[in-house]
Design a binder for this molecule. Sequence first.
Ligand code: NAP
Length: 251
Amino acid sequence: MQALLDGKVALITGAASLNGIGRKTAQLFAAHGATVIICDLDEAASIAAAASLGDGHLGLAADVTNKQDCERVVKAILDRYGRLDVLVNNAGITQPVKFLGITEEDYTRITDVSLKGTLLMSQAAIPAMQQQGAGSIICMSSVSAQRGGGIFGGPHYSAAKAGVLGLAKAMAREFGVDGIRVNSITPGLIQTDITAGRLSDEMRAEILKGIPLNRLGDAKDVGNACVFLASDLSAYLTGITLDVNGGMLIH
Ligand code: NAP
């Protein structure tokens, strides 16, 4: 049987973090036959993460809030591989702060990575996908966007991730005609470095009461959803929001 992502070239942002969703997604993509480009702030970490996937993958440094960086990354991919099939807009940062405590600097920092980053990297990637007449863009939102707060994200994080949902739906509407699918994932509480060290036993027990599947999520749970949305199994899906939350939020 053919691997689900055979022959696909996939760019994943924020994918160098050792225990992160992006890194696990990169591993799963490679296991399913994709060529993976890992981009993250730290160049050495990106190169090492790509090398850990095996031969033929690429690690590049980029700040997704910087337009030139995004364009440089996509150009490097097209120069080397000649195509770009999948973009996972995964880079994101959070900050546990209450509404009245959000400074203007906080607001800009938090919203820029998730929201402006998704805009700029998608703008860089879409022309190549249009030329190919195909592409899949996956945008990492959060349950925090849907319920007005997750566990660790402040209101500005909820706003950024809700913005991602709107942006992704608008892209889906505009670029469906070019064969480009755009979908979002809304993870619940996933055990990564974003949550590490911030969860007491009491907090964990309290959170589990609200999760029907009775466990926190793993990066793999989200990575597998990315594999599905990147692959042709989801060929007729665009503009959707895929909840990966163990039932934490049921609509
Ligand atoms: P993570 O391990 O911290 O991974 C995020 C990665 O993004 C890090 O490697 C980080 O680099 C990188 N990054 C930060 N700013 C960047 C920028 N400007 N340009 C490029 N890369 C940048 O966190 P994660 O938990 O895997 O989160 C991945 C995504 O899922 C995020 O969008 C997050 O909001 C979302 N999410 C996570 C959860 C959860 O419970 N973990 C739930 C819902 C949604 P540095 O380490 O150098 O900062």
